[in-house]
Design a protein around this ligand. Structure first.
Ligand SMILES: Cc1cc2nc3c(=O)[nH]c(=O)nc-3n(C[C@H](O)[C@H](O)[C@H](O)COP(=O)(O)OP(=O)(O)OC[C@H]3O[C@@H](n4cnc5c(N)ncnc54)[C@H](O)[C@@H]3O)c2cc1C
Length: 316
């Protein structure tokens, strides 16, 4: 079978790209190694800008959505409540919703080998297309095959995380963020979600942690002790998981002769807060529009925001 575009990875970057291509009449499929709905480690904090990009009103989102009118920041022990308007979603629901909304067929398939042909690409000797979109996150096979040698990852922007999302009868429905506590080169979060779910986690720069002879596991232990002390989470048996990804670097090669990188595969999360959902969606849409215009080389990520803080101050 031959498609105009094959998208590898059906997270927000891949599904946004699929949605845009499909509604402009392109013949496109999504390949993802997971069966959806699937768990994706993520605090699930989304900005109003995400809804704007998706051309969707928050009221029309059919799954659990919690609205925050303020975020409670802590910097080295000092508390700063910030009035804003933000949301939390469960990625388990959100990502499935985006795939279904795209109305693009998804095939469960883990991509291993990608080869160039005279008129495009062939994936695992089975799936053929003119263009391929690498939307498979940090370990994306499109990055590995066509970009890694020329554009190695910037290890100074490497973030390691630990988190857990679980059902919990939380009594405090505020969203808390703790920056740089216990000498952590990053921050920890407590994000309530709709329908009785809670997400807690911690993330920090891998290189800085190493330099300080710290481990993210030790930081996690201190964090859950803190949640206990603050009576935010008690009596829960933790079952944490880890993931790593890359923040924005200075140089970005995201297009290579028919192959595109979008979302985490391109390393686009914001430098201050590691917010990656909006950049994933935006880059997916930009890649799709470059294909629709028939001018794929025009795809760049230069205009995608590098910082989140302004979106918190001016969310509307
Ligand atoms: C702990 C943590 C908390 C975070 N919290 C937030 C937050 O609150 N707000 C925010 O905006 N960002 C947050 N981020 C960042 C955000 O999760 C990512 O930037 C975002 O998910 C990127 O979307 P994506 O579509 O590029 O990739 P992903 O969502 O990772 O999707 C990639 C898809 O590719 C598939 N895949 C992988 N390999 C293959 C393969 N070989 N073949 C086929 N399919 C494959 C996977 O199954 C997956 O479905 C967080 C990240 C972490 C780790």
């Amino acid at each position: 079978m031959h498609w105009d575009v094959i998208i590898i990875g059906a997270g927000p970057a891949g599904s946004a790209c699929a949605w845009e291509l499909q509604r402009k009449g392109k013949n496109v499929i999504l390949l993802d190694k997971a069966s959806f709905p699937r768990v994706k480690l993520c605090a699930g904090w989304i900005t109003p800008y995400v809804f704007k990009l998706l051309e969707l009103s928050p009221d029309d989102y059919p799954f659990g959505l919690l609205k925050f009118n303020r975020l409670i920041f802590h910097f080295k022990g000092r508390r700063f409540p910030l009035p804003t308007r933000q949301y939390s979603v469960r990625r388990y629901e959100f990502d499935r919703f985006l795939v279904e909304r795209s109305r693009v067929k998804m095939i469960q398939h883990e991509v291993k080998k990608i080869e160039r042909t005279d008129n495009g690409f062939v994936i695992d000797e089975t799936y053929r297309s003119k263009y391929i979109i690498g939307a498979a996150g940090t370990h994306c096979p499109v990055y590995r095959t066509f970009f890694k040698t020329g554009t190695p990852r910037d290890e100074a922007k490497h973030i390691v995380t630990i988190e857990e999302e679980f059902e919990y009868k939380y009594r405090d429905s505020n969203c808390y963020l703790w920056f740089f506590e216990n000498n952590l080169p990053g921050y920890a979060w407590y994000v309530p979600k709709a329908n009785g779910y809670l997400n807690i986690g911690i993330g920090g720069g891998a290189a800085a942690l190493k330099k300080r002879s710290q481990s993210i596991q030790e930081q996690w232990q201190q964090f859950i002790n803190k949640l206990d002390k603050l009576n935010l989470v008690r009596g829960h048996t933790f079952s944490r998981r880890g993931y790593s990804y890359y923040l924005r670097s200075k140089e970005h090669t995201v297009y290579n002769d028919g192959a595109f990188l979008v979302g985490d595969a391109a390393g686009l999360a914001t430098l201050d807060m590691g917010e990656g959902i909006s950049a994933a969606i935006q880059s997916g849409l930009l890649a799709a529009r470059a294909i629709i215009r028939g001018h794929p080389v025009s795809y760049t990520v230069d205009k995608i925001a590098k910082l989140s803080f302004f979106k918190l101050l001016f969310p509307f």
